[in-house]
Design a protein around this ligand. Structure first.
Ligand code: SF4
Length: 636
């Protein structure tokens, strides 16, 4: 987003909870953006959002309360800002009081906000909202979402007893103040947006993209939203005339698009690189090698071709698939336009036993083609697709009891459990076991009320120390992350990797690899907590890089250790490919849960339900100690 607040707002409100004003302005900016951010929880940064965050950092540092509108006493920490505050009053008047980062909410309005700055004089209040960039060159000298945001702040101030007939937008880039009058029209529009946003927060339908809107140009979610591509795809229908629609989306989905926007720029190929030049100057380079990374995360390759068109490219795809033992299905599309020749079909069938002929505009034959495609998929999908390795099923006897300890903290999504917790519950039920779910504080009490010891205790890694302390010796216990390390990857290899923390020295490089690009919050597990615990264990600083996304960085070899997330968003094949890649590069790999258990000295306890992994860990520790590289053994 170009002219909106730079960081994502909190989760959407419940029916009767207050909607943050920032979410309201995001809705006014674009309902699709609102849905992507607050219903689907997706977020991405761009230069504007990063810059905007810097602009807001200063005003967010202090919390202030407003003076009582009916009192004469000034607020304790008021401090005027000469640039942002409204113009001083006429000589002889009391100067206005300035309050920063003012939290306000109103049940009647269903709104809440943290106001950047509020200037008050008696019972008159003026909200001041800071924006990055320069003042817009339009008649209003502001954008509508900004005015709506300011008006909503004005409504909150009125609810708190102030008179409030205008607000000020302060554009940090041009150091310009723009007064915004709170007219009846602006108030009506703000209330309308508020009603619509509350409804949109509970809707599962993704709104359509804005059409040819300049807002998309500065929108940080454009790469997730794909506005032009989505609209182009929607325009394509059975009418052959529609086929002339420009294709904004990449022609091949095994490749990443490279956007070249500068006039006069030329793209050339140099070895394994694409080089973008303009007037002999190299503007950018992109490695072609990355495009084959998709094979590492595919269980089945579907290659879509046109009749009688078989080139080196198709050969190369099938060769890559063969090398990785990924089964291919070849779909020959557009047979309504051209009949595949016997030679062509012979050639294709010699490369893949599964070939499907179809036409995507043959709507009547679509079911037949889809059924055939599904049949192929079931034939070729890996066994563990149909029969995944257990999470907890084999650790629980029939009618056994699993106790799950689930912290409800800032990172917990509102109103629901996270995927690993839900999957564990479901699998225990599938295996005819019982499940008790408690928060860490209630765990000891719940345990004391049980007639028998649970067959398994599982906790979130962040509370592992407390779980181990409260769980009687002999009761098997572990963490969700370790359960997933086994279910998704290779627990033995990851347990071995955990022992390498023992050998880390201050200054060593460690890679934290996160498969999904969730928006990091304060005290984030991968960015803050694990680095802190591992550094504490090592007793000095480490050079820790965090890399989120579906691939590793190119320089994997530079790291002494990879600490991987639980991989709940990855397929098992993908996770195994990532472990294998680390193995090939001779870089030890472990995961979040194991590294936490290790650095907190409880790993032998949390590996106790998995004898093979515990054995691999102990052997690795034995080798390390024999080589004289270890510290004293962590206490169990
Ligand atoms: S790219 Fe455009 S349509 Fe998509 S979310 Fe952003 S502003 Fe909305």
């Amino acid at each position: 987003m170009s002219d909106l607040d730079p960081s994502p707002s909190p989760a959407p409100p419940d029916d009767d909870a207050a909607l943050p004003v920032r979410m309201l302005s995001e809705f006014a900016y674009c309902p699709r953006l609102f849905h992507l951010m607050h219903v689907e929880g997706r977020w991405d940064d761009n230069a504007y959002t990063v810059e905007g965050r810097a602009v807001h950092r200063r005003v967010d540092q202090l919390d202030h309360v407003l003076p009582d509108p009916s009192s004469d006493t000034p607020p304790e920490s008021a401090a005027a800002d000469i640039d942002q505050a409204p113009a001083p009053p006429a000589a002889g008047d009391e100067p206005p009081q300035i309050s920063r980062s003012v939290p306000l909410s109103s049940t009647a309005l269903g709104l809440c906000a943290k106001l950047d700055l509020v200037s008050t004089a008696d019972d008159q209040a003026v909200p001041v909202e800071t924006k990055r960039g320069s003042v817009p060159d339009n008649p209003e000298r502001s954008w509508e979402p900004q005015r709506v945001q300011l008006m909503a702040q004005g409504l909150l101030l009125r609810e708190h007893g102030y008179r409030c007939d205008h607000g000020i937008l302060y554009f940090a880039g041009s150091r310009t103040r723009v007064a915004v009058a709170f007219t009846a029209e602006l108030e009506a529009a703000t209330r309308r947006y508020l009603a619509q946003a509350r409804q949109a927060a509970t809707s599962a339908t993704l709104p359509p993209p804005l059409d040819d809107s300049p807002r998309c140009r500065g929108c940080s979610l454009a790469g997730l939203c794909l506005p032009d591509e989505t609209l182009a795809l929607r325009a394509v229908g059975p009418d052959p005339a529609c086929r002339e629609v420009r294709r904004f989306y990449p022609a091949r989905d095994d490749a990443q698009p490279l956007y070249v926007q500068q006039q006069g720029a030329v793209v050339g190929k140099s070895g394994e690189r694409l080089v973008v030049r303009c007037h002999q100057q190299v503007l950018a380079e992109a490695r072609l090698k990355k495009t084959v990374g998709i094979f590492d995360r595919s269980d089945v390759i579907t290659l879509v071709v046109e009749p009688n068109a078989w080139t080196d490219y198709e050969e190369k795809i099938l060769e890559e698939a063969r090398k990785r033992e990924v089964p291919p299905v070849v779909v020959v599309n557009k047979i309504d336009l051209e009949t595949p020749s016997a030679d062509f079909l012979r050639r294709v069938r010699s490369r893949s036993p599964r070939v499907l002929l179809c036409s995507s505009v043959d709507f009547e034959g679509r079911d037949r083609a889809v059924d055939q495609y599904k049949k192929f998929l079931i034939e070729v999908c890996p066994d563990d697709f149909l029969k995944p390795p257990p999470l907890v099923g084999d650790l629980l006897p029939e009618a056994g009891l699993a106790v799950l300890i689930v912290p409800i903290d800032l990172q917990a999504p509102k109103g629901r459990l996270i995927l690993p917790q839900v999957q564990t519950i479901r699998e225990a039920l599938d295996f005819d076991a019982s499940v008790m779910v408690v928060k860490e504080r209630e765990y000891a009490h719940a345990l004391a009320n049980l007639k028998a010891m649970p067959n398994l205790v599982v906790c979130d890694s962040q509370v592992v120390l407390k779980m181990v302390a409260d769980t009687p010796e002999g009761a098997p216990c572990t963490t969700f992350s370790i359960l997933f390390a086994r279910n998704k990857g290779d627990l033995v290899e990851l347990a071995r990797g955990a022992a390498v923390i023992e050998t880390l020295k201050p200054g060593d490089r460690v890679l934290i690899a996160e498969a999904c690009s969730h928006h990091a919050i304060e005290d984030d597990i991968g960015r803050v907590k694990i680095p802190r615990w591992v550094r504490q264990y090592v007793g000095g600083d480490l050079r820790i890089d965090v890399f989120s996304g579906r691939d590793y960085p190119e320089n994997l070899k530079d790291y002494r250790l990879v600490i991987h997330c639980g991989g709940c968003m990855l397929t098992r094949r993908e996770m195994l490919a990532r472990i294998q890649k680390a193995r090939e590069e001779k870089v030890p790999i472990t995961n979040y849960g194991l590294s936490i258990s290790f650095s907190q000295g409880v790993i032998r306890r949390t590996l106790s339900p998995f004898p093979a992994a515990l054995d691999a860990f102990q052997r690795e520790m034995g080798k390390i100690r024999k080589a004289g590289k270890g510290r004293p053994l962590p206490a169990a």
